[in-house]
Design a protein. Structure first.
Length: 149
């Protein structure tokens, strides 16, 4: 069965985001005394939940990079594809460098937050209503971190 590049790009973004969100939820539930209001998301990447959190964020990065290829094939939108790749590399960096490796982790996190928000803004040309509203509401909530993509 053949799928067009637009469908593959969307599926990769969806699967990557959902697996990251589920990894985040599982890590939050297993982390001893984790509090959404008291802890940083990056705290999940250290300790007993590190494998779950770090691997899900790393996988998100791989899915973003793969989706950038298919986004480029489907739409020819080089800027969005480049921003997706940068965001993916940043997410992989967050997965590889936990917050105990402070400088690398903070730089990777900055890349994810900045370019993830930018990718949401740039996608307005491709997303049609009513999903456009969902895209903007997700992109404006920076507290979601990498999973808000």
């Amino acid at each position: 069965m053949r799928h067009n590049s637009k469908t593959v790009a969307g599926a990769l973004l969806f699967v990557g985001s959902v697996q990251c969100l589920l990894g985040l939820i599982v890590a939050e539930s297993l982390y001893p005394y984790y509090s959404v209001s008291e802890n940083y998301i990056s705290d999940l990447g250290v300790g007993s939940t590190s494998l779950i959190f770090n691997s899900s964020v790393f996988l998100l990065g791989l899915f973003l990079i793969a989706s950038a290829y298919f986004t480029q094939r489907a739409f020819g939108f080089k800027l969005l594809s480049a921003v997706l790749i940068i965001t993916g590399v940043g997410a992989m960096g967050v997965g590889v460098f936990p917050e105990t490796v402070a400088t690398a982790h903070y730089l990777a996190s900055l890349i994810v937050f900045l370019f993830g928000a930018l990718s949401t803004i740039l996608s307005y040309r491709l997303v049609k209503p009513p999903f456009l509203l969902l895209c903007y509401s997700a992109g404006s909530r920076v507290d979601h971190g990498a999973c808000s993509l």
